[in-house]
Write a protein that binds this ligand. Structure first.
Ligand code: BGC
Length: 410
């Protein structure tokens, strides 16, 4: 018999992007430089030209019934050289925000989504705690110029991934490999940066909604009957998730959850349970009832239920600020969204305070070091046809849920 799962009133439904992945020509940041050095699969170039086509893209989001949109403001555009704020860049983001408001969408702005101005990286970026002052000056400027119109603030995106990929695996700039001490220091500094940013925004706006986005994979033992696997998985969960969260949990108006994969831990002497970027002892991708996605990740939507339960002790409400699947052919996305939302609903029924679901991503984009290959978009980009936007069938399924605030299941 068909059942209707009704989501809480005022639930947020939408999609996310990040500046460097979609805008194009972000020439003053660390990723652009990293690309020119040949450290990525391809150059971002004009990306998907969202910088010029945002009106068209927001028309699509509106058509798909989204009531919120998450994007990032690009610090390196706004402050291309130290202390010089570009009025043209800030005007651009004012227009972006107006375009969302005009379409009746709530605005969620990320202040740091993996990219940093080159001048800031020359100073040692977040490796040095005292550099926080430069970021906070930028935050102050954003608060003054754009703050009135921002409904939700994300101070930073996935500090654990930024630090792990930047200082352990080397996939992200600065491309450092196995720098464990720096990795830990950067994470600690980022927790400090989050707290200070939280205060900074609240000094401007007492009632602001400020959170950050955490990449929280569902970590469990590869062999549920092995005490050692279980022990190692608790350790990994502590180091990758809990440690950072404990440092910021009292400074959150909401917690931004980003769930993608199930990570299974297989205890090995000398295994890496701290960083994950080097995957020794970690089986990220084992066979499940689903095939893998475009980039080889397994598909495990039920993991979000466990993660939400794990987070239920937080005082702050949870907004899912990213969840998605690399699936160019759109073979699995509909079922993935459906199964994910069934599990989100189940967690809500268990009392977990979830306030929204934001899909990654509104459209295909540049997947960092992997280039344009993986298709994460609700909207497909046809790279051979002048970056034509094509609505994928699964996004129509999602649009229906966004409109009705309910999910019909068999
Ligand atoms: C990031 C996005 C990225 C997505 C898919 C998240 O880690 O915030 O920028 O594209 O996952 O890998």
């Amino acid at each position: 018999m068909a059942k209707t799962l009704e989501f809480p009133r005022g639930f947020l439904w939408g999609a996310a992007t990040s500046a460097h992945q979609v805008e194009g020509n972000n020439k003053n940041n660390n990723w652009w430089e990293f690309e020119q050095e040949g450290k990525t699969k391809e150059l971002s170039g004009i990306a998907v030209d969202h910088y010029n086509r945002y009106e068209e893209d927001f028309d699509l989001a509106k058509k798909l019934n989204h009531n919120v949109h998450r994007f990032s403001v690009e610090w390196s555009r706004i402050e291309p050289s130290e202390g010089n704020f570009d009025p043209g860049a800030i005007e651009h983001y004012k227009s972006v925000i107006q375009a969302l408001k005009k379409r009746g969408m709530k605005v969620m702005a990320t202040l740091f989504h993996f990219t940093l101005p080159i001048w800031f990286t020359r100073k040692g970026s977040f490796e040095k705690r005292e550099n926080a002052e430069y970021f906070l000056r930028f935050v102050d400027y954003i608060a003054q110029e754009l703050g009135e119109e921002i409904d939700f603030w994300i101070t930073m995106n996935e500090p654990n991934i930024y630090a792990g990929n930047g200082y352990y695996s080397g996939y992200f700039p600065p491309g450092k490999i196995k720098k464990a001490v720096t990795y830990l220091k950067v994470l600690d500094n980022l927790a400090y940066v989050h707290r200070e940013t939280y205060f900074q925004i609240h000094r401007h706006f007492k009632d602001a909604q400020v959170g950050y986005s955490h990449n929280y994979s569902y970590i469990s033992a590869l062999n549920e009957n092995s005490v050692l696997d279980k022990f190692a998985s608790l350790l990994a969960n502590y180091f990758l998730n809990k440690k950072f969260i404990n440092k910021v949990k009292d400074y959150l108006d909401f917690f931004g959850l980003q769930y993608y994969v199930h990570t299974r831990i297989n205890f090995k002497i000398g295994g890496n349970y701290l960083f994950f970027a080097d995957e020794y002892g970690v089986e990220k991708h084992v066979d499940t009832k689903y095939p893998r996605n475009d980039i080889g990740w397994d598909i495990y939507p039920e993991g979000i239920y466990h993660v939400l339960k794990d987070l239920s002790k937080l005082d702050a409400p949870i907004i899912i600020t990213e969840n998605g699947i690399a699936d160019r052919e759109d073979k699995f996305r509909k079922e993935f969204i459906q199964e994910t939302l069934i599990n989100v609903y189940k967690a809500i029924q268990d009392g977990v305070n979830v306030r929204g679901y934001i899909h990654w991503s509104l459209m295909d984009n540049v997947e960092w070091h992997l280039g344009r290959g993986p298709g994460f978009g609700l909207v497909k980009i046809d790279y051979d046809k002048n970056l034509k936007r094509i609505i994928r069938p699964s996004s129509k399924f999602f649009a229906k849920i966004c409109r009705s605030n309910e999910l019909e299941v068999e």
